[in-house]
Unconditional design. Structure first.
Length: 684
């Protein structure tokens, strides 16, 4: 149990949290939400002991094992797998001791180390670290790559894997879905649902919060309020509370006006003096319920394009990928960039724009065919990530790109933009096409020391200053904010400025590659509204399912070197991912060398296993139904205001019982899913 008692927290001169009384029960999965700057990350810093409270107490259990994601990753020469394994410090130390003892030939030390590793179940630690890396999108061939060879976004994933590797009772995750694609987000959700400790997660991804949290902590105007349920449940409860507060305020104001009217009329009359005094005392005792202050939602829009051609952009039989310069004869080194997974480790060579590099390249002796084939053309290796791409964009189309990590979604977007010329085939763009392109480097390319006004003036040097200021104000850079340096901006503010600069050009096609990183919930809602009202065409890559579902009319899947229309929604895509993973696992299993008798025995054993699995599924269904009944009764009791007039201990028991039932249900559902997939695989 974690307890805050009259807790207050200050950053500099600013009071972030004041007089917080809060208890977090063991095993809760708590979503911490609130506007940027409300104190979410500071609260995490206090839990980690990096920030002292200004008042009150924070009580943590003795010997609490706490894990969190490091903010920085040192440029280490160590293999990535070893870095992740180091998250379990005891196992990593025992494995090092064993290796050192083996190198020294010290049998006694080896025996001690072996015993310690057995105690810690450490001999499967490398496999566990490998599974974490695989789930977060690292290909098997990158596991031994040096940590320093990865870019910032991939190092963030390494830090996340290292935190998940650490044995913990309390896990703190601050925006864990940033720098993840949709596949990795879905995997992380499954992992967190199975996590047995207490989880506190800060996130602006409402679908992610709905999937993994059992409680919600809302930080607002220096206070903290705890809600039972996930983010959607919080929104419903919060709306109802605000409605009730406004009703109470209006009722109180009416009573206040009535009492004041009586006092004003009769306080001078001796016959009514006592009654007037009584009403004055009643006025003083009124609670003073505040009116609900409607928070003005932030809104912006993309201007109507000047021209909107019907057929905007087309790729015909395109091979998309990268040109890698051949080694220089004198031993000089040239910066290169590899394919989809190699992008983060190197620089791409500059290339001339155009529809193609020339004739269709021929396979080199070192290359292959299809996706990721390495071809030669003059002084380059041509690394094809996608082949035979036929993609057409019409006015008004809203397409979401789906696909496993590293499959080539960003490569496709860059080819559509024209940043990557096709290796073969043709890119046809309408003469009136005007592209608005957002990618991670869009935010990184903002000039340090320059203000939003400076950036916009660079794009529109002849436009009146007031016009520029009015436009920036519509993107929430009003007044002096328009002249502040971007150096002090948060990631969300930088992303908002980058979107504003794109909107200024009035594009008729938006190509957005993960635009929601660092955006808070309000900004994401504003972006969804703006994209829904946008008159032009849209191609979107995002891990935010809420945004994808709101703004995309159709989906295309990028996988296995191909780009094809996907006939389904995001739930169908999640199912496809699971089935694909199962198929890959089955394909990687070694070929059987069993005899016919062995196969008959294995078949009989499989039938018995399936029979037991079916029986277990029935038991799980019955138990889940019983749990649902108990939960409904508990939730009805917790929704009754009278419950809160009773003893606090009784209320705590109800909350604990509810948490226990939810954990049991989630564990049973996870087991049910594994059994179901096992039975499906057996019948395939």
């Amino acid at each position: 149990m974690i307890a805050f008692r009259h807790f207050a927290l200050r950053r500099g001169s600013r009071l972030l949290l004041s007089d917080i009384d809060l208890t977090i029960q063991s095993g809760w999965r708590l979503g911490v939400i609130g506007r940027n700057g409300c104190g979410k990350s500071s609260l995490f810093a206090a839990l980690q002991g990096r920030l002292e409270s200004d008042a009150g107490e924070l009580d943590l259990p003795a010997k609490l094992r706490l894990a969190s994601v490091a903010q920085e990753t040192p440029a280490l020469p160590d293999p990535a797998l070893d870095y992740v394994l180091g998250g379990d410090e005891e196992v990593a130390a025992a494995l090092r001791e064993e290796a050192d003892a083996q190198a020294r030939g010290d049998a006694e030390a080896m025996a001690r180390a072996h015993h310690r590793i057995e105690e810690l179940h450490g001999y499967d630690a490398r496999a566990r670290a490998g599974r974490l890396m695989h789930g977060l999108g690292f290909a098997a061939e990158t596991h031994e790559r040096a940590v320093k060879a990865f870019s910032g976004g991939w190092r963030v994933r390494l830090n996340l894997a290292r935190a998940l590797m650490a044995p913990s009772d309390l896990l703190l995750l601050d925006e864990p879905t940033n720098h993840l694609d949709l596949d990795a987000v879905l995997w992380l959700e499954e992992w967190l649902r199975r996590y047995q400790g207490t989880l506190l997660v800060i996130s602006h991804d409402r679908e992610f919060l709905d999937a993994v949290t059992s409680h919600t902590l809302h930080l607002h105007e220096g206070g903290a309020r705890l809600y039972t349920g996930n983010y959607s449940a919080f929104e419903r409860l919060r709306a109802e509370q605000l409605r009730q507060q406004q009703i109470a305020h209006e009722r109180e104001q009416a009573e206040r006006a009535h009492l004041q009217s009586f006092v004003d009329r009769f306080k001078a009359k001796a016959s009514k003096a006592k009654q007037a005094q009584s009403r004055m005392k009643r006025l003083e005792k009124l609670a003073g319920t505040e009116a609900v202050r409607a928070e003005r939602p932030f809104r912006f829009q993309f201007a109507v394009p000047d021209r909107l051609p019907d057929s905007m952009l087309q790729l015909e039989e395109v091979s998309a990928g990268y040109a890698i310069p051949l080694p220089l004869p004198s031993g000089e080194r040239a910066g290169v960039r590899g394919g989809a997974r190699g992008e983060e480790a190197s620089e791409r060579a500059p290339m001339e724009s155009g529809t193609s590099l020339g004739p269709s390249p021929q396979p080199s002796p070192r290359g292959g065919e299809g996706a990721n084939a390495v071809l030669t053309d003059g002084g380059h290796h041509l690394k094809a990530v996608l082949s035979d791409v036929r993609f057409r964009l019409e006015a008004g189309e809203r397409i979401g790109l789906l696909g496993p990590n590293g499959a080539g979604k960003s490569t496709l977007v860059k080819t559509l933009v024209g940043e990557l010329p096709p290796l073969a085939g043709e890119r046809k763009a309408h003469k009136d096409l005007k592209i608005g392109y957002f990618a991670q480097h869009t935010v990184e390319s903002l000039r340090e020391g320059a203000s939003p006004f400076d950036h916009l003036q660079d794009k529109a040097p002849g436009v009146a200053a007031q016009v520029l200021r009015d436009f920036l104000g519509s993107w929430n850079f009003a007044g002096d904010r328009a002249f502040e340096s971007v150096d002090g901006f948060s990631g969300g503010e930088r992303a908002r400025l980058a979107l504003a600069l794109i909107a200024w050009d009035k594009p008729n096609l938006l190509l957005l590659d993960e635009p929601t990183n660092h955006l808070d919930l309000d900004m994401r809602e504003a972006l969804a509204d703006a994209l829904a009202d946008f008159d032009g065409a849209l191609v979107l890559v995002s891990h935010d399912r809420h945004l994808l579902g709101l703004v995309c009319d159709s989906f295309w899947r990028v996988a296995d070197g191909a780009v094809e229309s996907f006939d389904g929604d995001l739930d169908d895509y999640a199912r496809w991912l699971r089935s694909r993973g199962a198929a890959v696992k089955k394909a990687n299993e070694p070929a059987s060398t069993e005899s016919a008798a062995d196969r008959r025995r294995a078949s009989a054993a499989q039938r018995e296993q399936d029979k037991a699995a079916k029986a277990r599924v029935k038991k799980i269904d019955a138990r889940v139904a019983a749990i649902d009944t108990d939960l409904a009764a508990l939730e009805a009791k917790l929704a009754d205001p009278a419950t809160y007039n009773g003893p606090t201990a009784e209320l705590m028991k109800l909350g604990q019982r509810q948490a226990d039932l939810r954990r049991e249900k989630e564990a049973l559902e996870a087991e049910w899913l594994e059994l179901y997939e096992q039975l499906e695989a057996a019948s395939a």
